[in-house]
Every structure is written in C-alpha cells, then in structure tokens.
Design a protein around this ligand. Structure first.
Ligand code: ADP
Ligand code: MG
Ligand code: ZN
Length: 622
C-alpha cells in the first residue's frame, strides 16, 4: 500500500511542475512584451523608417521598431504594396517563422502530453487499487494469490454446519489422488450463501488454510466499474495462475455483482459485466476437476444469480452460512476477544444472549468497539460496562437497518415458527421437521422451520398437499391463538398455501365440486408476471374456483388452530426452548410431542380407560 501512495504523490508533483513550466513558457516565448498596434500605424511607422525588421505571418505581422528596440505586432491586412513599401524603407523581411519546431512542440505536444497524463491518472483511479488500466498488458505478473491464508477452522465459529460440509472439500484438496481412488464425487464449485458478515469470506480462506493450498481470489464488484475487456482478461489470468499452483482454491467474492442474470440488468446493459461473466462460465467449463482446483463463490443474493452459474459442473453445491445462534455467538466472541484483555466481570455468555440476530462481523465489531471505549477511558481492561455500551450502540445501528428484532417481535416469531413446526410434525403427510430457528435468515425471513427437502417429489397425494398447506398456515394460526392478532410476517406463508390450494383445484382436479377438469391457465412466456390473458373457463367457473380455494384454505387454517389448541403445552415448551437457544432440532420437538403423549396417556389411564386410537387423531375438517 505504501508504495502505491508514493507513486501517486510523485505523479501529482510531476504534473504540477509540468503545468507551471507550460505557463512560464507561454508567457516568455509566445507572449513576450510587444505593442499591439493598428495596421495603419504600422504603415505610418514603416513610412517614417522606424521599423527595423518584420516577420510576415499568415495572420499577423510582427517585428522590431528602430530607435528604442521594442517589439510590435499587428493584424495582417490584405495589402499588395506592402512588400514594396517595406523594401523601399529598408526593412528586413522574414517569412512566417512562428512555427519553428520548438514552438510547435511546446504549444501542441506539451498540452497533449499533459491531458493524456491526466487521463491516465483518472483511468488508474477508476481501475481500482489493484491493477487498473495500466496493468492490463502486464497483468500476467499480477498476483491474486495468498500463499497461506493463515486462517483455519479454529478462527471460524458459530457456523458448524457449513464447516462440516466444507470438511469434504478440505479432504479433497489435501489428497486429491486418494479422494479419486475412493471414487468420491469431487466437488467442483461451492457457493457460500449467507447474509453479509456471517463469515463467508473468512470460511473460504479457512478452507484454504486447513488444506494448506494457495488461495486465489477476485471480488465481483471490482469488475463493475472497469473498462470492457479487463474483467475477462483477469478471469482468464486467474484460472491460468491457479492451474499452475494446483491444488488450489479460486474464490470469487460477491458473485452476485458479476453474475446477475443476464438480460435483467440495468437499462443499457453492462457489457463489461456480461463479458466477464461469460469468460467465467467458459473457464468453469474448461477446467477439469482432476486438476485439483476447487472453485468457491460467495453471495448474499443467490436468487438474482444467473441460472447458468448454478448448473451442474459449475457452482452446483450450495452451503448456507447462517447467522449464529446463542452458543455460536459466544464462541465467536471468544475468538475475537483472544487478542484483548477482558476484566473478570466480563461475561461473554451473557453478551451472547443479548445479541440475537448479530452476525459474526457484528460481534467482532462489538469487541472492537468495547476495546476502543476502554482505551478512551484509560482503562487497562475491557469491563462489563464497555461491552454493554458497545452492544447498545450496535443494536441501535442494526435496528435502523432492521436486522435485529425487538423483544415483542421475537416472541411473535418464536410462536409463529413453533406453530409451523408442531403442526408440520403432527400431520402425518407433511414433511418431518429438521430444524426450527428464530434467527433471522437473509433479508426477508425472520425465522424458519426447515423441513425435509421435497425436491425429488414429483407426485403428491391430496393428503400431502393439504397437510403441507396446513403446516404453512400454522404460523399465523399460532399467532392468532397466542396474541389474538396476526402480524404481517405470514404473508409469504399465505401466498404459498394459496398456491397449493389453487393448484389442487385448477390443475390436479382435486376438487369435488369442479371435478376432473384442468383449469390451468396458459401463460405466455414472454409476459411472465402479467395476468394470464387467456383462461379457458367462464366467470362462473372462476367464482367457483375462488370458493373452493377459500374453503380449502379456511379448512386448513381451522385444522391448524385445533391442533395447536390441543397441543398448547408443547407450543409453550417449544417457544421456551427457542427463546433460550434460538434453535431447536426436529428430534427434540418429536421428543417433546412423544413426552406429552406419554404423559397424557398415563393421566388418562388413571381416570378413564385407554382411549381408542382413533380418538387421538384429529378429525378431518369437512
Ligand atoms: P462475509 O464475507 O460473509 O460478509 P466476512 O467473512 O467478511 O463476512 O466476515 C467479516 C469479519 O467478521 C471476519 O473477518 C471475522 O473477523 C468476523 N466474522 C464473521 N463471521 C465469523 C465467524 N463465523 N467466526 C468468527 N469470526 C467471524
Ligand atoms: Mg465477504
Ligand atoms: Zn411462516
């Protein structure tokens, strides 16, 4: 860095000197003190014999006057007798001599050089700190490589699932040969997806550090302001260099800046980005995995990526990097307080419980801020007070960006997610719950309930569809039961449930009233998102469809509410766990539900004969 600043300073000084010289030159040579006299006076002076010599230029006549040696200049006027008169008066005549090579050089080339200089200076700035325009030609020599990142998994905490998934990549990079011998499917491109500051860049570096391989990196946003062609050249270069140093990691940070879907970009397009993206795609296809190169990318907006990037053989594996839960936050705080002095009363666990929704970078920031505060106050150690104040500041900042929720919002989210999870688990045909979380994920989701993936399901029965819709509506149902009101957080759930119900009625012929008819609307692919124009059914049918859809939704909603009323105890328990730990495994939820069953069974046994199994099933609505 220091070198770069030096260079820039030199340049600035050089240009300043050049400018001064230029002005001096113009003043002394071009603008030497001369009298500007009218032509008539010039003729008079010639006649009086006062002109010693003159230079006739194309537009001016200049020269020297006789007794006191002084210069003059006058406008040249069309005057046929002039030469004769001059000769007659013994004036020495010279041809147009203004443009000697020196004057030409100085008056034209110097300014040209000057402006080219300014242009290059600007171009260099535009090109960004690393490289810039001047280095296109010699970009071969440019190094994107970090030999050893010096970062290992030890420096990363709170995202254990992502770490686990990347362990395989580490294994492969360590011993590519052995991995292939075992017939392992070699990962090719891994895309890290997560909110800003969750540690994606850190994690990629840690993978390189763990495997002990060089780390080549580029940042997508670097290309946005560059000149056409530079980005593509850099990408080509990057891959070339990485291949020479294999096994290695190529990391492309902020992939979304580069890999925005083509065609949906800004008006006027962005040639440079597109070219770079195309080059990247070409390189992705061009190298074979046996080369021992793993491609990693990071983005916080996977939904806007060009689908071409996500195709098999490219970034075909996604690893989610979530915000940490309470335990994770404590671990991250521990890592970042390694280098600072904490007083005995500083309690990191307590700090972790007061920072819900914080990402790793936010936590690192808190420690940093606290250290600064302590220093400003002249303390030797960071005490509880500084930590508390740092957290307060961070919370205020994040709340402004609406990234952390207040207590009431968090309670609503907890009941909402618990509702999804319990109903999803109780209904036999909904997908089993894997994990419940009230840690905000991404921009939109305040919490989430993760179910078994349904991607490989092409056939779903009517029961599976309704159960899924019920689970989707259960979040809202839970809010209504507990708070008596509903929040806006359920909008997406409602949309998805409605979609399912509509599909059941319109496409799958699962409605008794409408029967086995497909009312699917033909969508004109060119106008996606526009209301479908050509539907093949009448107004009357449309009304009937609406009624049917509404009935399905209402039935599901009622059923969810009933189930939650019935299992209110479990609902409270789940919320309690979520409140404390922020996440809950599906297995734990099932244990709670079984526990309740066992409990209620033993209670009822004491009072009444064992209930028939059918009684425990909630009755179907309708
Ligand atoms: P991202 O790339 O996801 O935006 P970064 O990797 O740039 O986030 O994280 C910025 C900094 O925040 C890191 O350098 C590190 O100091 C800290 N940090 C973020 N996540 C973690 C984590 N999971 N564990 C430890 N430190 C973290
Ligand atoms: Mg990053
Ligand atoms: Zn929901």
């Amino acid at each position: 860095m220091a070198m770069k600043v030096d260079k820039r300073t030199h340049l600035t000084i050089a240009y300043t000197i050049l400018t001064v010289l230029l002005f001096l030159f113009m003043h002394n040579y071009l603008g030497s003190p001369v009298d500007n006299i009218p032509y008539s006076e010039f003729r008079k002076k010639v006649a009086e014999g006062k002109v010693a010599e003159c230079v006739i230029g194309s537009e001016t006549i200049s020269g020297k006057l006789r007794p006191p040696e002084s210069g003059f200049v006058t406008v040249r006027v069309e005057d046929a007798e002039l030469v004769e008169v001059l000769m007659a008066n013994g004036v020495e005549i010279n041809g147009a001599q203004e443009s000697t090579w020196l004057t030409t050089l100085l008056s034209w080339i110097l300014p040209a050089v000057f402006f080219v200089g300014i242009w290059m200076f600007m171009a260099r700035r535009l090109g960004g700190g690393s490289g810039g325009l001047m280095s296109i030609g010699k970009s071969k020599a440019k190094v994107y490589m970090e030999k050893g990142t010096g970062i290992t998994f030890q420096d990363v905490a709170g995202i254990d699932e992502a770490k686990e998934e990347l362990q395989e990549v580490v294994e492969f990079l360590k011993t590519p040969g052995r991995f292939q011998a075992l017939g392992g499917r070699i990962p090719r491109g891994v895309l890290l997806v997560g909110s800003p500051g969750t540690g994606k860049t850190l994690l990629a570096k840690a993978v390189a550090g763990e495997a002990g391989v060089p780390f080549f990196s580029l940042t997508g946003s670097d290309f946005v302001e560059m000149f056409v062609g530079v980005g593509a050249a850099r990408v080509r270069d990057l891959f070339e260099q990485a291949k020479k140093h294999a096994p290695a990691i190529i990391f492309i940070d902020e992939l979304d800046a580069l890999g925005k879907a083509r065609g949906i970009s800004s008006i006027g397009g962005h040639d440079e980005r597109e070219q770079t993206l195309n080059q990247l795609l070409a390189e992705l296809d061009g190298f074979d995995t046996n080369a021992g190169i793993i491609l990693m990318g990071a983005t916080n907006r996977p939904e806007i990526l060009d689908p071409a990037l996500l195709r098999p053989g490219r970034f075909d594996r996604m690893v989610t990097v979530d915000r940490p839960d309470k335990k994770g936050r404590e671990a991250i705080l521990k890592i970042h307080s390694r280098g600072v002095k904490l007083s005995a009363d500083a309690d990191l666990r307590d700090l972790a419980s007061r920072t819900p929704g914080f990402a790793g970078a936010d936590l690192a920031n808190v420690i940093n801020e606290a250290a600064l505060l302590a220093a400003r106050r002249g303390k030797q150690e960071i005490t509880r007070d500084e930590l508390a104040e740092a957290v307060e500041r961070a919370v205020a900042g994040l709340q402004r960006k609406s990234r952390v929720l207040n207590e009431k919002e968090r309670r609503i989210v907890a009941y909402h997610e618990a509702g999804h999870a319990i109903v999803g688990e109780l209904l036999p045909h909904a997908n089993p719950v894997i994990k419940i979380s009230i840690i905000p994920r991404g921009v939109a989701a305040l919490g989430y309930t993760m179910n078994m993936p349904t991607e490989d399901r092409y056939l779903m029965t009517r029961e599976e569809l309704t159960d899924t819709a019920c689970a989707l509506l259960a979040g809202r149902a839970s809010e209504e039961i507990v708070f008596g009101e509903v929040s806006t957080g359920a909008a997406n759930d409602l949309q998805r449930a409605t979609q399912i119900a509509e599909n059941m009625v319109k496409e799958y012929g699962m409605s008794q009233a409408l029967g086995l008819v497909s009312h699917r609307e033909e969508r004109n692919p060119q106008f996606l998102g526009m209301p479908a124009a050509d539907r093949n059914y009448s107004e009357d049918t449309a009304r009937q469809i609406d009624i049917e859809v509404r009935q399905i939704i209402a039935g599901c909603y009622e059923r969810s509410k009933e189930l939650l009323h019935e299992h209110r105890q479990v609902l409270e328990e789940v919320v309690k766990v979520l409140w404390e730990k922020e996440t809950m495994e599906g297995e734990e939820l099932r244990r709670l539900l079984r526990g309740e069953e066992a409990q209620s069974a033993s209670q009822e046994e004491a009072l009444t004969p064992a209930p028939a199994p059918e009684d425990q099933l909630s009755p179907e609505p309708r």
